[in-house]
Design a binder for this molecule. Structure first.
Ligand code: PLP
Length: 350
């Protein structure tokens, strides 16, 4: 408790949360005249459960994580909200800092700017994109409140060893966030089960990737009860609407179908890596633990524009640190992948 208390902003620790009508009533009832809702248009007339306990229980049952309960889960409007709430809870604007590896997911830096938090980047090692845990530790000081570790990392596609994450956790007194948006495609397992014995660990997942529900906007953060209790009092009371939670509830039943899609995506990823490696315009395909490939090409800007003219959009990462001349290519359907491969094959190296 004190480990967390010392990291939380004072105003947030002392915050008295908004108490909604239904928080104050405990028990069974059938006549609800407490919240000034319309009496018509059920079920949408009613405010949803602020804690979304039904959905959290379903998430736990589906994931099968041992020792995790609803009190270990925060639900946000995408990972975006999880990232933002981490800054708002732990970082005093203009005072505290966050440390991240580079290159990595762009929202950590944008959200730091929005919250006026200094953002420190520690470069990955060139070509292998491995992390230098000692360099991460060296970049931290007593004002470091958050360390971002995206694993598998976007856009490099590689995962980091838990031993490195543990080393940073043990050396730095800050919140260590592991962003597992792409975990379903990884050969590494999730570290979500560790949040109770590592109270400064926060693990983020999302419905946006393997669950095929980016449009629905549902992000999941796992952490110890102390952190989740704070997130719950800071969030907008009804951040997750009933359309999202009903959809997510039903989507979780499709776990079998999701596993098949992930297995297919992994097969297609290896196939595409193989095919790309035979194309002269492609100079390197990096190993991937995610649903995309990072490929170094002879001229990323030119190939990017060439593909755009053919109606094919990939992500040009040429201007990203350590990713010169790199394109990030999402694994699509077999047809989409074939269109991409055939177009790059037709590209004439200048
Ligand atoms: C795709 C992705 C997300 C997803 O964010 P949402 O807001 O949940 O859609 C988060 N982090 C990483 C590293 C990603 O690649």
């Amino acid at each position: 408790m004190d480990t967390i208390k010392n990291l939380v902003r004072k105003n947030i620790w002392n915050l008295k949360p908004y108490s909604c009508a239904r928080d104050e009533f405990k028990g069974e009832a059938s006549t609800f005249l407490d919240a000034n809702e319309s009496a018509y248009n059920a079920p949408y007339n009613r405010y949803p459960d602020p804690l979304n306990l039904k959905l959290k229980d379903k998430i736990i049952a589906t994931a099968g994580y041992k020792g995790i309960d609803a009190g270990n889960i925060f639900l946000g409007v995408g990972s975006d909200e999880c990232i933002d709430i981490l800054y708002r809870v732990f970082c005093n604007p203009g005072v505290d800092n966050a440390v991240a590896l580079a290159p990595t997911y762009g929202m950590y830096g944008v959200c730091a700017d929005v919250n006026d938090v200094e953002y420190r980047s520690v470069p990955l090692l060139p070509e292998t994109y491995a992390m230098d845990a000692d360099a991460v530790i060296a970049a931290c000081d007593e004002r470091t409140k958050i360390v971002w570790i995206c694993s598998p990392n976007n856009p490099t596609g590689n995962s980091f060893d838990f031993s490195d994450i543990e080393k940073i956790y043990n050396a730095v007194n800050a919140i260590i966030v592991v962003d597992e948006a792409n975990i379903h495609y990884s050969s590494n397992g999730s570290v979500a089960e560790r949040v109770n014995d590592m109270p400064r660990l926060v693990v983020m997942q999302t419905m946006s990737k393997a669950w095929g529900s980016a449009a629905v906007r549902l992000g999941i953060a796992y952490a110890c009860h102390t952190i989740i209790d704070i997130f719950n009092k800071v969030k907008y009371p009804y951040n997750i609407n009933i359309l999202t939670s009903d959809y997510a509830n039903a989507r979780l039943d499709a776990i079998g179908e999701i596993k098949e899609q992930v297995a297919l995506t992994l097969r297609l990823r290896e196939e595409m890596a193989q095919e790309l490696s035979f194309i002269p315009a492609v100079t390197k395909v990096y190993p991937s633990d995610a649903n995309f490939l990072l490929a170094k090409v002879v001229d990323a800007n030119d190939i990017y524009n060439y593909l755009c003219h053919k109606g094919i959009v990939v992500r040009n990462r040429n201007n990203v640190m350590l990713c010169g001349n790199c394109l990030r290519i999402t694994i699509g359907t077999p047809d989409e992948n074939a269109i991409l491969i055939s177009a790059i094959k037709d590209y004439t190296v200048k």
